[in-house]
Design a binder for this molecule. Structure first.
Ligand SMILES: N[C@@H](CCC(=O)N[C@@H](CS)C(=O)NCC(=O)O)C(=O)O
Length: 200
């Protein structure tokens, strides 16, 4: 199978981390968003939404959306609970990541790290920071009393939220007041076969 992605993207790193932890083999194709690769006809024919990551299976079938790819690849592994309630909790955190976390923390990081915080985006950046801190507080509430987001078991929900949380300082966030999150990050970085994200 082939993963199309950019190694500086947290959404793509989710897939790199899961495949490293599970020893899943794949080919990697670098996609350069700024050069327009995601808008080219061949790419759009795979993902009409024009976004990475994309997983192309050997039989030609395609999956987009990072959390859907995590779900697909984690089948039959310890990172996807069998218990129906626990599985719903995994989904709960992954929907939270897409609606209440990534649009704030990843976008603040993009504006700050990649665009150099231009004046015309400062108001947007500040509002992204507010939303980002709101999301971090929600995570902290769970992580101060349990090792992983869904309880004792490390799941793909942790991978999903780890991706942009552990680099949130690159978006101007401080984790000084988030002991639960800091301990959770350390715990994940110590997992067997952990793979760090590429440095920007
Ligand atoms: N919800 C999507 C978001 C994917 C996404 O926003 N990808 C960015 C890179 S991190 C992208 O491809 N942007 C290109 C564009 O919007 O043109 C996911 O989780 O996979």
């Amino acid at each position: 199978m082939i993963i199309f992605g950019d190694k500086n993207s947290g959404n793509c790193y989710k897939i790199q981390l899961l495949t490293a932890l599970l020893d899943i083999r794949y080919d990697w194709k670098d996609v350069n968003i700024l050069a327009g690769d995601t808008q080219r006809v061949d790419f759009i024919s795979m993902n009409p939404n024009g976004k990475i990551p994309v997983l192309l299976l050997d039989d030609g079938r395609v999956i987009s959306e990072s959390n859907a790819i995590l779900f697909f690849l984690a089948k039959d592994s310890a990172f996807l609970p069998e218990d129906h309630y626990q599985l719903a909790k995994v989904l709960q955190w992954m929907f939270f990541e897409q609606y209440s976390h990534e649009p704030y923390i990843a976008v603040a990081r993009f504006i700050s790290l990649y665009l150099g915080l231009p004046d015309e985006r400062n108001a947007e950046y500040e509002s992204k920071k507010q939303g980002g801190y709101r999301a971090l507080k929600v995570m902290e509430t769970s992580l101060k009393s349990q090792p992983f987001l869904c309880g004792e078991q490390f799941t793909i929900a942790d991978i999903s939220l780890f991706a942009y949380t552990h680099v949130c300082h690159e978006g101007g966030f401080s984790l000084d007041n988030f002991t639960g999150i800091r301990n959770w990050i350390n715990r994940i970085e110590k997992l067997d076969k952990f793979m760090p994200m590429a440095k920007p």
